[in-house]
Design a protein around this ligand. Sequence first.
Ligand code: DX5
Ligand code: ZN
Length: 232
Amino acid sequence: MAQINPSILSADFARLAEEARAVEGADWLHVDVMDNHFVPNLTLGVPVVESLSRATDTPLDCHLMMEDPDRWAPQYVEAGAGSVTFHAEAAGAPVRLAREIRAKGARAAMALKPATPVEPYEDLLPELDMLLVMTVEPGFGGQAFLDIMLPKIRRTRELINKHGLELWLQVDGGVSESTIERCAEAGADVFVAGSAVYGAEDPAQAVRTLRERADRTIASAPWACDHGATAR
Ligand code: DX5
Ligand code: ZN
């Protein structure tokens, strides 16, 4: 089954609690943390995540676009995140960090920028609950989907199936009604959508439409027949 994670980067930051409620049917709320060093943009930090986790029942999927996640990521678990994603390019000790995130009680995830290959991380995959394949350069919402990432999604799904892992495969960037099926067909099962959800007149309806399209595609995707769609 597909999971749809609206990104609050495209929401109104002055009304975050309300914007979270506007997508209550979503599986997770995707929270983009940017430090203005790892990416050329600045968003929010631990105090906002803390407040947001109290304001919504939807679990928080924190995507940390920051340097030195080894130092900061555990604080996002303490702030109430149900899933914490650090970037492979920024982590000093990704295995130790993933174990620490899990030990603190959250799902551990690792993200790959478009130019970062998945193959060097094959042996690390069992340490993770989710791998995020970025389908734009991280930093901003509303960018065009990078089709050239589809082969990487495909290769990542092959690695997951090869090792029989219960690893979710998330895509983030430019995911919309017109690109979600390509991602699902290639092997993604968790979909972040910012502008496609919050830019829509009815965000809750946008989530339903994205989910329908992804579910329909996954139901007939060869990769899902091998091991069944990942469990929720
Ligand atoms: C970009 C962020 C994304 C962003 C996606 O660096 O990681 O989560 O919000 O926005 P859209 O869906 O508009 O591309
Ligand atoms: Zn993100």
